[in-house]
Design a protein around this ligand. Structure first.
Ligand code: GAP
Length: 476
């Protein structure tokens, strides 16, 4: 394996993450009672909290805290011309091959990648540093035939063909007639099509950005990467508009790269050694981009894209001007210059961010024989767990309930009165709850409780009246 593809020894396996996710209610297989649906997952009671915390942090950092950013929430179903104008109908595709016997479909680039990994495992160092993304469709066809690459079932495969990723559906606006429309393939286009309305309805001036979080849909066929690659995905995207005549795009891209890295490390608490930048090669880069970098994370199955930043130039606005006949130009209020703004686009996948956060926080504490999710407290689904020491002593239970009601007004809390305290601690450690608070006999006498720290497992006694400010100071 190329060195950069080696996962750190401390990373958990994907099986461990999948198992914890299911066991504790972070992520479930979708439609499990019907046998599931490929590349589709549901978020359980804890997953939805974690997901929401990640999205809230993103929104706070990139929209609320900044004077140069506004948010929108556009439709999943946009006018079908949007996707013709954006180029997605023509060019948003993956190279697919079919197994000639089973007729199962595979991504040609993924089969090639797996073949190269097998060569490296056999010690064939000449494949070190090979990047499949550099190959065109024709080059992939030649590579497959030269190296006699077979399907995972050991059968011959067809030549790679481009397969469009957009999901099509229909609306019946006129009796007997149906119009094809698409589930959006990226949230970005809802931003471009709203550009002039945002401009006209707010007081923004260049440079400024429009952000949105929402579902997108892609007809992905590669399975087995859990929530990393899904049919229905959630994106947090920003289109940052600027004047290329007075702002250097290289510098702007560098600034965005720093902001993205800072969000991953400082806000989401990800270890720096598990993040790296990778520049797209010319053949890999999307049709709309002049330069693209991926912020890759060291997932259990290798370094993979978490977040991309692309310089989309004025491509999208110009395309929409041409197809809609509407002007999407900007008039500089000081110089009077009229032009089509250029765009820098940082695009994050929220599901991938969640998978990264789970992977990075997963810690096997061999010494104490426990699994701990060392989530940043601000991301933890529950900030505190409240336990009555025993459940057959009504005074203790009602004192604990009172505490739950008190703290619950401030933080998301959970309640557990089952089993022994040790087991309750282990459960909370696995779901990343930073604090466990136990109401015991002494509480009835002096209104103090024990508070246990998830990471150190240390317990201290604290007056109830101090809990709120203590937890607040620790979860920031
Ligand atoms: N508007 C630009 C755009 O959509 P992208 O690299 O195709 O760029 C942006 O997607 C982000 O969306 C990716 O970095 C990734 O995190 C996430 N993403 C893309 N396809 C995905 C999929 N099938 N499943 C989950 N996340 C996906």
């Amino acid at each position: 394996m190329p060195e950069e593809n080696n996962k750190l020894k401390s990373q958990p396996t994907l099986e461990e993450i999948v198992s914890l996710s299911k066991r504790r209610g972070f992520v479930f297989q979708t439609s499990a009672i019907y046998g599931g649906l490929a590349n589709s997952y549901d978020y359980g009671p804890l997953g939805v909290e974690l997901l929401r915390n990640i999205k809230n942090e993103w929104w706070r950092e990139f929209i609320n805290k900044r004077a140069d950013m506004v948010g929108i929430d556009s439709q999943i179903l946009l006018h079908p011309k949007t996707w013709v104008a954006s180029g997605h109908v023509g060019s948003f595709s993956d190279p697919l091959v079919d197994d000639v016997v089973t007729k199962k479909r595979y991504r040609a680039d993924h089969l090639i990648e797996e073949w190269v990994e097998r060569q490296l495992k056999k010690g064939k160092e000449e494949w070190n540093g090979f990047v499949v993304e550099n190959l065109s469709l024709e080059e992939m066809a030649k590579f497959i035939s030269d190296n006699q690459i077979l399907s995972p079932d050991g059968n011959k495969i067809t030549e790679p063909k481009s397969f469009n990723l957009l999901f099509e559906t229909e609306i019946g606006t006129i009796a007997g007639e149906k119009t094809i429309i698409y589930l959006r393939g990226e949230t970005a286009q809802g931003i471009f099509t709203n550009f002039s309305q945002v401009l006209d309805s707010t007081r923004v001036q260049l440079p400024f950005g429009i952000g949105q979080i929402g579902k997108s849909f892609r007809n992905e066929i590669t399975t087995g990467q859990f929530i990393f690659r899904t049919l229905e995905l959630e994106q947090a995207e920003i289109e940052y508009f600027f004047n290329p005549n007075n702002q250097d795009w290289h510098e702007l891209m560098e600034t965005w790269k720093q902001q993205m890295m800072s969000f991953a490390v400082n806000t989401l608490g990800i270890k720096t050694e598990n993040l790296r930048w990778r520049r797209h090669s010319d053949s890999e880069r999307s049709f709309y981009s002049k330069d693209t970098y991926d912020l890759d994370y060291n997932f259990s199955f290798g370094w993979k894209e978490l977040w991309g930043v692309a310089y989309r130039t004025d491509y999208d606005l110009k395309q929409h001007m041409e197809f809609s006949g509407q002007s999407l130009e900007y008039r500089d209020p000081f110089s009077g210059e009229v032009f089509v703004p250029h765009v820098m686009e940082p695009a994050l996948g929220i599901g991938r961010a969640l998978l990264m956060v789970l992977t990075d926080a997963y810690y096997k504490d061999e010494e104490k024989n426990r699994i701990v999710l060392k989530l940043k407290p601000s991301l933890a689904p529950y900030k505190a767990a409240i336990f009555p020491l025993v459940k057959n002593k009504p005074e203790i239970v009602s004192q604990a309930q009172e505490l739950f009601n008190l703290l619950g007004q401030k933080f998301s809390c959970t309640w557990d009165a089952r089993g022994n305290i040790g087991k309750r601690y282990l459960t909370q450690d696995e779901i990343g709850t930073p604090f466990c608070i136990t109401v015991d006999y002494q509480t009835l006498e002096d209104k103090t409780v024990t508070i246990r720290d998830r990471d150190t497992t240390e317990q201290t006694r604290m007056p109830i009246e101090k809990l709120e400010s203590y937890i607040e100071s620790m979860i920031k």
